[in-house]
Design a protein around this ligand. Sequence first.
Ligand code: C5P
Ligand code: MG
Length: 162
Amino acid sequence: MSVPDIRTGLGWDVHRIAPGRPLILGGVTIPSEFGLDGHSDADILLHAVTDALLGAAALGDIGMHFPDTDPQWKGAASAKFLEHAVALVKQAGFALVNVDTTVILERPKLKDYRLAIRESLARTLALPLDRVSVKFKTAERVGPVGEGRSAEAQAIVMITRG
Ligand code: C5P
Ligand code: MG
């Protein structure tokens, strides 16, 4: 019996919270008094989804493809990273099935931006909206995320090859 060629991939990212920086999640700029520090645009959600995709196809990780020591990627829109990961996964013969994500951030409240973020992710991934899930959690005021010092994102993807 042949084993179906279905793969899952897991991604995670964390960035420090920093004043005077934009808060960009899934390619959407969220109105906020602070944002996330980083070499690129610090979009933790896109970074987690990018790693999940690369992981599903066993193609390494985001730092391998986009080293943060490379000036070419300074201030880069992370959608470029994700688009590149999608292309690599497709070149390897896979189709995307679905993506599920969680952003862990104490504030601001994000739920009003859920649809915009899902639409943005779905566009970048060329997936129908109902295959793209975005969830939000606080860290209950505990630990670095709960104390407002950092934010995290988690992603899981499924891909298949015919
Ligand atoms: O972390 P907690 O379980 O208290 O989150 C409750 C709900 O609040 C979440 O399910 C989510 O819809 C929303 N939330 C949000 N923005 C955040 C954190 C949570 O909209 N930064
Ligand atoms: Mg990152």
